[in-house]
Design a protein around this ligand. Structure first.
Ligand code: 2E7
Ligand code: F3S
Length: 346
């Protein structure tokens, strides 16, 4: 059973007089991307269709609130498919899985529902194709992150993970005339370009991916927070500690002018001391964060005198994905082709 959460701060934030014009700049786009919307709905649909429990391999998305809410509805999160009873339904998380995991689930007779984001599947296909053409793939990303494990697992013999720009200076390749870079979807765009620059300085024949691997949602949220950060004394990013794209938003804010930036899971983690002397608070959220959590931060900020909220919109998002194919038929056997996504519109 999920453990109830103990509030961090019991006292409401105080409206301290003496600060100048208090305001909030609210970044847009923020929050749910199309891949997260689809993955969360996939778990809900699976529960509705097959009944509880439905097993989910890893966190469906990296957000503690989403996971806790789905647990309440009957989802059971496991680390590996060998923890799932034979014959049960298992959902693969939005971050994707390697073929080894797909095979292990099938060997166990599990009924798998693949909620891998289609934009991750695209990167998997690129990895398979370049490996087939005998390229060495330099996968820029964070070792140990589920997405990187899944993508690397498509062609383990061909993939070398490059964790940082500094690693680009030291990695070795077999044949410098046959190298390509691919990347995790949720990296900092600027840092990734720096890694590529340093790789290309060493391997001039390095090939680029056929299209951007850093996804539209990651890029849009970074562009929006850059615009907010240049005018912000403080930036608050709502998102969980293991959410790569949320953590990147804190870093990008600090690199683009925010005087301070913090990540919180919940509004009650915002500390009174952070607001000392602060006129402008920037607010955003990662791609796995439900909007209700942002609203709670805005409510607490309003109590502290930050009632003037201005949206800073740098893009419109309307991408939608259809449900995983295993869920596209309704209980009566009729096709359910409903497109999903776009909840991050605000
Ligand atoms: C899937 C993918 O769940 P997240 O916080 O994941 P990250 O990768 O940022 O830790 O965000 C949504 C998401 C992003 N990328 C889901 Cl591959
Ligand atoms: Fe997919 Fe990008 Fe979201 S890879 S899950 S659209 S952050």
């Amino acid at each position: 059973m999920p453990v109830p959460r103990v509030p961090r701060r019991r006292e409401p934030l105080q409206d301290i007089a003496g600060t100048g014009r208090k305001r909030v700049l609210l970044a847009s786009p923020r929050g749910y991307c199309a891949g997260v919307d689809r993955a969360v709905i996939a778990v809900e649909k699976a529960l509705e269709r097959f009944g509880a429990p439905v097993y989910v391999r890893k966190q469906i998305v990296h957000n503690i609130h989403v996971v806790t809410e789905l647990e309440k509805q009957g989802a059971i999160f496991v680390d590996e498919v060998d923890e799932v009873p034979e014959g049960a339904h298992v959902v693969f998380s939005a971050h994707g899985v390697s073929p080894a995991v797909v095979n292990a689930a099938s060997d166990r007779g599990l009924r798998a529902i693949d909620a891998t984001c289609p934009l991750v599947t695209k990167v998997h296909r690129e990895a398979v194709r370049f490996a087939r053409d005998d390229f060495e793939i330099l996968l820029i990303g964070h070792e140990g992150h589920e997405e990187v494990e899944g993508t690397a697992g498509e062609a383990p013999e061909h993939v070398t993970v490059v964790n940082s720009p500094d690693e680009a200076d030291t990695i070795e390749v077999r044949d410098p005339s046959k190298v390509v870079w691919l990347s995790q979807t949720t990296l900092s765009v600027d840092e990734t370009m720096e890694t590529v620059r340093r790789l290309r300085a060493r391997f001039p024949q390095l090939q680029d991916p056929p299209s951007d691997d850093i996804c539209y949602a990651t890029q849009n949220r970074q562009v929006a927070i850059k615009k907010v950060a240049k005018d912000a004394d403080l930036v608050i990013v709502v998102g969980s500690a293991n959410s790569s794209n949320s953590v990147r938003l804190v870093e990008v804010a600090l690199e683009h002018g925010a005087k301070a930036a913090y990540r919180v899971d919940y509004a009650d983690e915002v500390e009174q001391a952070w607001l000392e002397g602060v006129e402008t608070v920037g607010v955003t959220s990662g791609a796995s964060v439900p909007e209700v959590l942002v609203q709670e931060v805005l409510d607490d900020l309003a109590a502290a005198g930050y009632r003037d909220v201005e949206q800073v919109r740098t893009a419109e998002e309307d991408l939608m994905f259809s449900l995983p194919k295993e869920l596209r038929q309704d209980a009566a056997g009729k096709r359910d082709d409903r497109a999903l996504g776009g909840r991050s519109r605000s």
